[in-house]
Design a protein around this ligand. Structure first.
Ligand code: FAD
Length: 500
């Protein structure tokens, strides 16, 4: 039976990561039954950053039919097991936020309560001692590992660092092979339908008009459809996320930089990323221009490179936040056109991924899509806000007051959900995940402890275990994880296989 209301033509505006991810997945799943055209302008170019991801990218790549070996080779990708945070809770502090599991519940006792009691009793090591990912990251070892043999424990959970330009090119090749039509050129005007108020077509510089039933706005910070044409308002979150500028520069790859994790190093008014790829390291300094000038921020970055800069520094401006609607009329906004939360936990590409998968769940027809749009907007808003709160935690939960920037973020008001979560953990050691928000309890645990929260209490159930029992339990767990890590390949050896 034909769905007579099915849309016939989808137009994707923009060929950055968002545009080509959309084209690749939608063209694969619709398998030739939907006409897809993507417009991009080489003269405008792409934002050129966005190279660290989180593990769900593997689900995306699988769905999009990406072969991992080809992907690793063609995008010069490397493995990411964790993020290392330096100088966040206090100057000189260092902790890892690793992917995958941390510890294991003891019967009905949540791991964090057992761990908090063990800490109080002086029989616990650092939290990372109970994370396979963090131990492997620190040891510089990696293999694909689905489970730890002869135990109920899962294996290693990983994501990637990749070259953003190469990833878009890689997905473009796949999309074009599946029939996606690419049009090169600048869109000069967005033509609105006078009746519906939606987008009727796009007028190119050469006067060609491109029409479609539905449009995905992947035009980056330009936000050509959502901002410039449909005028969808933007929620500005600068009161909590102060950073509004970034300087990015690639540097030469050095053997010591080839770590299987991203680094995030806090500075006086922001922080610096280091993302090691096969052929270079991506670096950037995210900062707030109320507290440090562009020249100073550039100097801080250049002074903290591990290799030689390969290009002139690129300066970027942004407003942290999210559009009030991410589906409006016959358009959806994905990627930077929809909003931006700074890349501290590498969540933007993930937001593109869930934007596409949520759109697929309620894919539009030619008829009335109002209910679908409402549901899409509700869901995406929830994702954005949950990520926002997790990022704010990193700034607000600090003992740093050494600069006006840190004083400000330490003392600012924060959103209610985050206040409640922090209070719950610091008063009782209790952690919770709101619905299926992106970051799980172990993510919150690592960052809350890493940033310096020391809960006043733990669940009384943990007192049913003696110090000796707990000490032995943690020691056994650590031994299993450590022995597993010792058997993994040194990471530089694994990396050699990535370029083949
Ligand atoms: C400083 C910084 C660091 C980041 N780091 C990370 C990270 O580590 N991890 C992560 O997940 N995300 C990160 N991000 C976010 C990530 O870069 C983006 O989510 C991702 O690159 C998607 O960008 P995009 O496709 O929306 O926009 P862009 O890459 O800017 O693409 C926009 C496209 O629209 C086209 N276009 C625009 N206007 C027109 C027009 N008039 N006519 C025709 N074409 C047009 C452009 O040519 C281009 O093809 C970072 C972002 C910034 C700013």
């Amino acid at each position: 039976m034909m769905n007579e209301q099915a849309i016939e033509k989808l137009v994707i505006v923009g060929g950055g990561t968002a545009g080509w991810m959309s084209a690749a997945l939608i063209s694969r799943l619709f398998a030739g039954t939907l006409n897809i055209e993507l417009i991009e302008s080489n003269a405008i170019g792409t934002v050129g950053v966005g190279e660290a991801t989180i593990p769900p990218i593997q689900v995306f790549n699988d769905l999009a039919g990406v072969d991992e070996q080809e992907f690793l080779r063609d995008t010069k990708a490397t493995i990411k097991l964790a993020i290392e945070f330096q100088n966040w809770g206090a100057i000189g502090d260092r902790y890892l936020h690793g992917f995958g599991f941390v510890g294991r519940n003891v019967g009905a006792i949540s791991f964090q309560h057992a761990y908090l009691k063990a800490l109080a009793d002086g029989v616990a090591g650092p939290l990372s001692d109970y994370s396979l990912n963090n131990l492997a990251a620190a040891a510089g070892r990696f293999n694909r590992l689905a489970r730890i043999e002869d135990t109920p424990l899962p294996g290693i959970t990983y994501a990637y660092h990749f070259d953003a330009g190469l990833y878009a090119r890689f997905l473009r090749t796949q999309s074009e092979a599946r029939g996606v039509k690419r049009r090169e050129g600048r869109i000069q005007e967005v033509l609105l339908d006078p009746d519906s108020g939606g987008v009727a077509g796009l007028k190119m510089e050469d006067a060609v008009e491109v029409s479609g039933d539905f449009f995905i706005d992947c035009s980056g910070f330009n936000s050509l459809l959502f901002n410039q044409s449909l005028g969808v308002e933007y929620d500005d979150w600068s009161e909590w996320l102060l950073c509004n500028r970034a300087i990015a520069v690639p540097s030469s790859s050095e053997p010591r930089s080839l770590r299987p994790y991203t680094q995030s190093i806090a500075h006086q008014a922001g922080w610096q990323w280091r993302i090691p790829l096969q052929h270079r390291t991506g670096n950037g300094h995210v900062y707030c221009d109320r507290f440090i000038s562009e020249d100073e921020a550039t100097q801080v970055l250049l002074d903290n490179l591990e290799g030689e800069p390969l290009k002139d520094p690129l300066s970027l401006r942004f407003t942290p936040g999210c559009r009030k609607k991410l589906w409006h009329r016959n358009c959806v906004a994905l990627g930077l056109s929809s909003g931006f939360i700074e890349p501290l936990e590498s969540t933007s590409i993930h937001l593109i991924q869930i934007g596409i998968t949520n759109l697929l769940k309620v894919f539009p027809t030619k008829g009335d899509n109002a209910a679908k749009a409402r549901e899409y907007n509700r869901r995406m808003r929830f994702e954005y806000e949950a990520i926002r709160d997790f990022i704010i935690l990193h700034y607000h939960q600090t003992s740093r007051e050494d600069t006006p920037f840190w004083k400000h973020v330490k003392n600012m008001d924060i959103p209610k959900n985050l206040q409640d979560k922090m209070a719950s953990f610091s008063e009782s050691g209790h952690l919770y995940r709101i619905d299926d928000e992106l970051f799980t309890e172990v993510g919150w645990l690592q960052v809350m402890l890493g940033q310096g929260i020391r809960p006043k209490q733990y669940n009384a159930l943990a007192d049913t275990l003696s110090s000796a029992q707990l000490g032995e339990y943690l020691q056994n767990l650590h031994t299993i994880l450590k022995t597993t890590v010792d058997r993994l390949q040194p990471y530089p050896e694994f990396l050699k296989t990535c370029s083949k």
